[in-house]
Design a protein around this ligand. Structure first.
Ligand code: PMP
Ligand code: GLU
Length: 395
């Protein structure tokens, strides 16, 4: 039979993070002892107080279709959270709850972009940004950054990337994959450039907000002149160890929120009822309740940076948030290990999977082909063993 998939799907890349995680699972099932540091997923269980809220919701018969943009009580909890943590004032017409921040991002792309609209993506960007933009027929415009500048885009670089076709800027802070964090001053400097280009809408992905080791999270929408042009994306996957529950949300200008509600109503409807009830409890809890996880991530960051400093050819920045290191490994390109020539980060990542039995993700997927991403959302033991195995495989 003739295979007749759409051009849209044929042009799309498979998510590299999910593909690597699937490959690692496959190898594990074959009996190989793979240490998975590819997927950005906390290794903690969802806290008990959140699980109890979900059990309560089942017993209380929360089983019907939910409002497309989320339960009113959840939207209220999101509004309080934005006020408490980010000093952002939204009303209910500006909030849309979705099946994960990934869906929130896809909604925004679908409702904002026309074919040919350009979207500026500072590199490294989170893996799915580029393909979500492409699904919406937008054109990703990559802005290369360097480890010397902590992988952050400068105002001059932003200015140089803007054209009459630029419609949006998408970035995450703390950044997946670099762990970099834009300070309030750095965001202001980018906002100053955007002032000259009022047509540009910003997506500020703050899903790692609480996984911050230096205090002081800054939101683009905090600036009065950016508030009406910024979509703030967040979710419970990372900070609350709720990746599988699939709840994300946005705070946005009402006209964008309304449009997201419209598209979601045609594609998935409202997010899962039990997960939404659990999220009300998660968001209302003081941040101190999840601090034990943040403290652990911070310890592991120190551990992995120490261990990697002894791996020849790996050059790291000091990530200030999220749970990834993004070493520049270009010093290893051109070398041959056990008969395998390493030409690029993808080769290295595959070599480490096969020889060191450690799953990482190639930086190619994040728009930076000199780096690989290693997640340290893993036990100390796994981190120690993984880096020892990497060292051995490269020795
Ligand atoms: N944005 C960033 C930067 C991420 O790392 C992730 C990870 N999954 C997401 C969005 C999507 O999160 P989720 O769909 O699990 O809410
Ligand atoms: N955001 C995580 C990551 O970057 C989860 C995987 C995904 O959703 O693609 O690994």
């Amino acid at each position: 039979m003739q295979k007749q998939l759409s051009e849209r799907i044929n042009k799309l890349e498979t998510s590299a993070t999910l593909a690597m995680a699937a490959k690692a699972r496959e190898l594990k099932a074959e009996g190989k002892n793979i240490i998975g540091l590819s997927l950005g997923e906390p290794d903690f269980n969802t806290p008990d107080f959140i699980k109890e809220a979900a059990i309560q919701a089942i017993n209380d018969n929360y089983n019907s279709y939910t409002p497309v943009d989320g339960y009113a009580e959840l939207k209220e909890a999101v509004i309080e959270k934005f006020k408490r943590d980010n000093n952002l004032t939204y009303d209910a017409s500006q909030i849309v709850v979705s099946t994960g921040a990934k869906q929130s991002l896809a909604n925004v792309a679908m409702v904002m972009l026309n074919a040919g609209d350009e979207v500026i993506l500072p590199c490294p960007y989170w893996v799915s940004y580029k393909d979500i933009v492409k699904i919406a027929e937008g054109i990703p415009v990559e802005v290369k950054t360097s480890i010397e500048n902590d992988f952050k885009m400068t105002p001059n670089q932003l200015e140089a990337a803007i054209t009459p076709k630029t419609k949006m800027l998408w970035f995450s802070s703390p950044c997946n994959p670099s762990g970099s964090l834009y300070s309030k001053e750095e965001l202001r400097a980018l906002a100053d450039v955007l002032q000259k280009h009022p047509q540009i809408i910003v997506v500020s992905d703050e899903i790692y907000e609480h996984i911050n080791f230096v205090e002081g999270h800054a939101s683009m929408a905090e600036f009065e002149d950016m508030y009406d042009r910024t979509v703030t994306v967040n979710g419970v996957s990372k900070a609350f160890a709720m990746t599988g529950w699939r709840i994300g949300y946005i705070g946005a200008p009402s006209y964008i929120a309304r449009a997201c509600n419209k598209i979601q109503g045609q594609i998935t409807s409202g997010a899962n009822c039990i997960a939404q009830r659990a999220t009300i409890t998660a968001l209302k809890a003081p941040v101190s309740k999840i601090k034990y996880m943040i403290d652990k991530f911070k310890e592991r960051r120190t551990l992995i940076l120490d261990l990697l400093s002894e791996v020849e050819g790996f050059k790291c920045n000091q990530p200030e948030g999220a749970f990834y290191v993004f070493p520049n490994v270009s010093a290893l390109f051109g070398k041959t290990f056990k008969g395998t020539k390493i030409e690029n980060a993808t080769d290295l990542s595959m070599y480490l999977l096969e020889e060191a039995q450690v799953a990482t993700v190639t930086g190619e997927a994040f728009g930076n082909p000199d780096c690989i991403r290693i997640s340290y959302a893993a036990s100390e033991e796994n981190i120690k063993n993984a880096i020892a195995q990497i060292k051995e495989a490269l020795s």
